[in-house]
Design a protein around this ligand. Structure first.
Ligand SMILES: [Zn+2]
Length: 377
């Protein structure tokens, strides 16, 4: 076991087992950000001009069509604010879709509705077959790994590319952003949701149904076929304009009556349980460390404030029993069974067949080509 150490600049620590520190105790997430990301990040006049040029191309690609781009709305802050900006400031005509995996919180449903109504847009909702979703999620519980959000995440990506393909849309607007996500979850915590070899191994061992209605998409289809052969491009608009969490919450609240969530990704009740309780208590992975570190590096939170907030548990001890009951009931298992999965021996994606080597090679290639700035690890 490695001795505990926390970065002197952010709040990432040795619960990320691959973290490294320099002689000043600064971690590799911080060093990577300063070296590769910050110098190429221009959320100012320069970024705005670049974004305007991109928007022109997006509009041109949509001439004579119903939509000029596509955007997935989770109900979270990033995608909501991005939609607001693209429609009200840039006049884009996005196909807005939402994937209903069965775990929407009431706040999320409300937020999505208010935003779409306020902007007078149509919403395409794709409801995932619940029996398939349930079986797939239970398979991940049975596997013992930490990547329990793959069934939700993968469906989102698959539906996105399905719609883009079906409607001949060339531009995907992605809410991913440096301001709130520059420190990324280590692969050990949240592994690639599009590794079909890993997913299929889990399915083969633990699924009880063939998941015929669940939307699967291989990384080779969406990254290689759609992106390189059909010219589909992904744009991250929030990286070109001034963007902070607080500003987004305020704008959305004032203009749409949008309500904030207690923590990033808590728009899904399942993810709230996973990131708020399951990952920190079973694996020691507290995703707030990643989120707060991103805010520290981009000047939206002080390290002291982050440390203070990390003293509180990530879940509410008063409601966690109810939460356990809700999740178990929804998955149609007993609370005892769910607790058994919580205490079973821990497994890693490395215990299953996977294509990590191939993904890493792809990531290195994209970095060498200048497409990606930093490598996920
Ligand atoms: Zn750091």
């Amino acid at each position: 076991m490695r001795e505990y150490q926390i970065c002197t600049n952010c709040v990432m620590d040795t619960t990320d087992s691959a973290i490294t520190f320099d002689e000043d105790g600064v971690c590799d997430h911080c060093r990577d950000f300063e070296k590769n990301v910050r110098p190429n990040w221009h959320p100012d006049e320069r970024g705005r001009a670049e974004l305007e040029a991109i928007i022109e191309r997006v509009k041109k690609s949509g001439k004579g069509r119903d939509f000029d781009c596509i955007l997935g709305l989770s109900g979270g802050i990033d995608s909501s604010y991005m939609l607001h900006v693209l429609v009200t400031e840039f006049g884009l005509r996005p196909l807005v879709f939402h994937v209903d995996g069965g775990w929407n919180t009431d706040i999320a449903v409300n937020n999505i509705q208010k935003l779409v109504e306020g902007l007078r847009l149509d919403l395409y909702t794709e409801v995932i077959d619940w029996e398939d979703m349930r079986d797939f999620q239970l398979a991940f519980f049975k596997s013992g790994v930490s990547q329990l959000d793959i069934p939700q995440d993968h469906a989102f990506v698959a539906v996105l590319y399905k719609f883009a393909h079906k409607h001949g849309i060339k531009y995907i607007m992605n809410g991913g952003n440096i301001a709130t996500e520059c420190v990324r979850n280590p692969l050990e915590w949240l592994y690639y949701g599009t590794d079909m070899m890993f997913i299929n191994d889990i399915r083969r061992r633990y699924c009880t149904r063939p998941l015929k209605n669940y939307p699967f998409s291989s990384v080779f289809f969406h990254k290689i076929y759609l992106r390189y052969l059909r010219g589909v491009k992904v744009v991250r608009p929030l990286n070109y304009i001034p963007y902070t969490r607080q500003m987004a919450i305020e704008t959305l609240r004032q203009q749409y009556g949008w309500r904030a969530y207690p923590q990033k990704h808590f728009e899904s009740r399942f993810t709230k349980f996973l990131e708020g309780y399951w990952l920190p208590t079973r694996f020691g992975y507290d995703t707030r460390k990643v989120q707060f570190s991103s805010l520290i590096l981009t000047g939206q939170m002080t390290r002291e404030e982050a440390l203070e907030r990390l003293k509180e548990p990530p879940y509410d001890p008063n409601t966690i029993d109810d939460e356990f009951e809700y999740i178990a009931k929804k998955l149609r298992i007993s609370v005892d069974e769910l607790r058994r999965y919580h205490s079973m021996p821990k497994k890693s994606y490395k215990d299953y067949r996977n294509q990590e080597a191939l993904f890493n090679l792809g990531a290195k290639l994209l970095k060498a080509l200048g497409v990606e700035r930093s490598i996920k690890r």
